[in-house]
Design a protein around this ligand. Structure first.
Ligand SMILES: O=C(O)CCC(=O)C(=O)O
Length: 261
């Protein structure tokens, strides 16, 4: 039995490693049958064709790596349509790991389910923090993989230590990719995991991912939190702000009449 499933959520070494590197993998936090339920729910959600619509701002899209066809990739948010996703988001074992890092209670801030089907492109280098005055600096994302994650299927790659430099882009309220010359790519660590493992990384930790070059999905649940002392409960307020921002961004690109369902 790992420390994560006993009274103390993280060992001193794990805590030190998180703070030093800006990320941590905790192995075997969840049981295989729990993750299997998440997999079944993901299959059901992928079939919700009434939701998967380019006008629905719950949906995110990625191009096919070879043909550039734009395909559905992610529900953001997801816990309001996925009770199993919700179960994981508020799971005490996970909240205890976060509590150990924060030395404070964790509050769910954001939740999304990325499907990354075969031949979906990956994500360019970025930090999750956005320069909105309300955005919590204590932002931590927990990745819960539903499938084994590998280099071949586009596992997320993090760059240790850079979180100590804080936000590397202008705090202008825009989303920014990071220029390649900001990072030494040879230091990258692939978050290779089995279902049941989780990875945590902070909002200032640069990360990216490659395309899924296999014939299987690479599905991951992303649960993001803030510390209680850093704004307390603010998920609803965040999604109101995020939806206003998205609606404005789409309008700037000429896309109007979007909705949320
Ligand atoms: O799913 C991935 O490969 C990376 C996703 C990511 O970086 C993000 O959603 O911020």
């Amino acid at each position: 039995m790992s420390l994560a499933t006993t009274g103390r959520a993280l060992s001193a070494e794990q805590l030190q490693s998180y703070h030093e590197n800006g990320f941590l993998i905790v192995r075997g936090l969840f049981d295989a049958d729990e993750v299997a339920s998440l997999g079944s729910e993901a299959t059901t959600l992928f079939g919700r064709s009434e939701l998967i619509d380019t006008q629905n701002i719950r949906c995110r899209w990625q191009n096919h790596a070879d043909t550039d066809e734009c395909r559905f990739d992610c529900f953001d948010p997801v816990i309001d349509i996925g009770p199993v996703c919700r179960y994981f988001a508020y799971d005490r074992r996970l909240l205890d790991v976060l509590r150990a890092i924060y030395d404070d209670e964790a509050h769910l801030f954001k939740d999304k389910l990325i499907f990354k089907p075969p031949l979906a492109t990956g994500y360019a280098l970025h930090q999750d923090f956005i320069g909105w005055k309300e955005f919590p600096e204590s932002f931590i994302t927990v990745i819960v993989p539903l499938d084994e994650t590998t280099a071949a299927n586009g596992a997320t790659e993090v760059f240790p230590g850079y979180h100590k430099q804080g936000y590397l882009s202008p705090r202008d309220g825009e989303y920014h990719q990071l220029a390649d010359d900001k990072i030494d790519f040879s230091t990258g660590v692939l978050l290779e995991m089995q279902p049941g493992d989780v990875a945590l990384f902070g909002g200032f930790t640069p990360h990216r991912s490659g395309a899924n070059r296999t014939d299987q999905w690479r599905r991951q649940l992303y649960l993001s939190y803030n510390a209680g002392r850093d704004g307390g409960e603010q998920r609803d307020a965040h999604y109101r702000q995020f939806h206003d921002w998205l609606t404005k961004k789409y309008a700037e690109y000429g896309k109007t009449g979007v909705w949320f369902k």
